[in-house]
Design a protein around this ligand. Structure first.
Ligand SMILES: [Zn+2]
Length: 441
């Protein structure tokens, strides 16, 4: 008798337990790891759906646009009302969308995913993702005509992009030079670019614009390249010079002197170049500079831009490098002056450049001053053309006392010579800044 009661209690207990799991109330969980809200000509969404109570029964995905409802998926998963489905299965759902293929017009829409579990309550979850369908590439109109650009030199392009929230600028090989709101008309854009010394034949600037839905437009800028050759120099490395620089820049490393020096000339040089690119990634949207850039007063040019240097040790070639600035020598510890108005964005030691100052002149333009014996300004300080920044010296990879002066556009070195030249500024840059030569400008 007692045994029967025990059995009845156990069975009732199991039944309660069973009914409890069948009547669970926790809705399915819908997770999405991709939420691209802007949909271009192609897009894909991924969802993960699971239910720990009774397992997933159905998943439905549809797109709602105004009155239009477009079903994209309707799936029932194996299971039944008595045992449910495997609760350990996480359903992975991928929805590929191609608005043009399904003839979906541009505009706002909502992607909805709906899941139901095997509970006798039929718990339901829904996630709606607001979307903006945009299948049209941003229209670009180029406003500058054919320009002559010197190899290693700079140029500017004026253009319009008639769409909001677009990333635009000039692409040239691997380089990207972002466009800025034009100082004379914010409806237009202005981008400076460098025609790099090593640019391949046929390579040239292209205005590119990419919107939030990843639609991309391109317009090639017509240019005529003024070819030139770059100077070459041979540098004889001596033990005392290498010893001095290795001690200054690396302390007392293991191994032989030459390998330590080559480490500085290669690894440190490229590390410094990367850092400079990072420092010059963002520039003021205001044009802080005007007119020609100032060359170090009473200075003699030691080495020029893109000079190809062969390093020799004991009569043997041990390295080659490009010199991406101007070496300007005056008297020892001569005052170094700001080449134009700008803001100090860097004022500290920087590897082979020694004590270095970098100025942001706005619209992507920067100037760099290296090998200083002392720095007399501070980070974030605003300076005017001719303001003292410090004194020339020999810090970093410098033999004699001189200023290493470099100009950069968005972190890419450019020949400073053009920027020293008021005529070049007047003929090449000013018309684009004032919109003088532009039709309707
Ligand atoms: Zn130099």
């Amino acid at each position: 008798m007692r045994l029967i009661w025990v059995l009845i209690i156990i069975m009732a207990g199991s039944l309660t337990g069973y009914l409890f799991t069948r009547f669970e109330r926790s809705p399915p969980v819908i997770e999405t790891r991709t939420t691209p809200i802007y949909l271009g000509t192609k897009g894909s969404h991924e969802f993960y759906v699971f239910d720990e109570g009774t397992g997933i029964e159905t998943v439905r995905v549809y797109l709602r646009k105004g009155d239009l409802v477009l079903e994209l998926l309707n799936e029932t998963y194996p299971g039944n009302m008595f045992t449910g489905a495997d609760v350990n299965i996480q359903r992975h759902i991928q929805i590929n969308l191609n608005p043009e293929e399904i003839e979906l017009p541009d505009g706002s829409a909502r992607l909805v995913i709906e899941a139901r579990d095997y509970s006798w309550f039929g718990n339901r979850s829904e996630v709606g993702i607001p979307m903006f369908i945009d299948t049209k590439a941003p229209p670009i109109s180029l406003e500058t005509g054919l320009t002559y650009v010197r190899r290693g030199g700079a140029e500017a392009v004026v253009y319009r992009v008639d769409e909001e929230n677009v990333r635009h600028g000039i692409e040239l090989g691997d380089y990207f030079f972002p466009g800025f709101p034009h100082p004379a008309d914010p409806e237009r854009s202005l981008a400076f670019y460098v025609f790099p010394p090593h640019a391949q034949p046929g390579q040239g600037p292209v205005v590119v614009a990419t919107d939030r839905a990843h639609n991309r437009s391109e317009v090639r800028v017509p240019i005529e390249v003024i070819e030139r050759s770059f100077p070459r120099d041979r540098i004889e490395l001596s033990d005392p010079f290498m010893q001095l620089k290795v001690t200054e820049l690396l302390g007392s490393p293991d191994g032989d002197l030459l390998s330590a020096y080559l480490k500085i000339n290669n690894e440190m040089r490229s590390e410094n170049a990367r850092k400079i690119r990072d420092i010059c990634r963002t520039s003021s949207e205001d044009q802080l500079w005007s007119g020609a850039f100032l060359q170090l007063p009473n200075s003699k040019v030691g080495a020029r831009f893109a000079e190809h240097r062969t390093y020799l040790y004991a009569g043997r070639t041990v390295d080659t490098q490009l010199h991406m600035g101007y070496d300007l020598a005056s008297t020892a510890h001569a005052p170094v002056l700001a080449a134009n108005d700008g803001v100090v964005i860097f004022a500290e030691p920087l590897g082979i450049y020694g004590n270095t100052v970098i100025l942001d002149h706005g619209l992507g333009l920067f100037s760099l001053y290296g090998h200083l014996s002392e720095i007399s300004i501070t980070h974030r300080e605003a300076v005017s053309r001719g303001d003292p920044l410090g004194k020339t010296g020999t810090t970093g990879l410098a033999g004699g006392d001189h200023l290493h002066f470099a100009m950069l556009i968005h972190g890419v070195f450019v020949d400073p010579l053009e920027w020293f030249d008021p005529r070049w500024i007047k003929e090449h840059i000013e018309p684009k800044l004032s919109l003088l030569l532009i039709e309707g400008g």
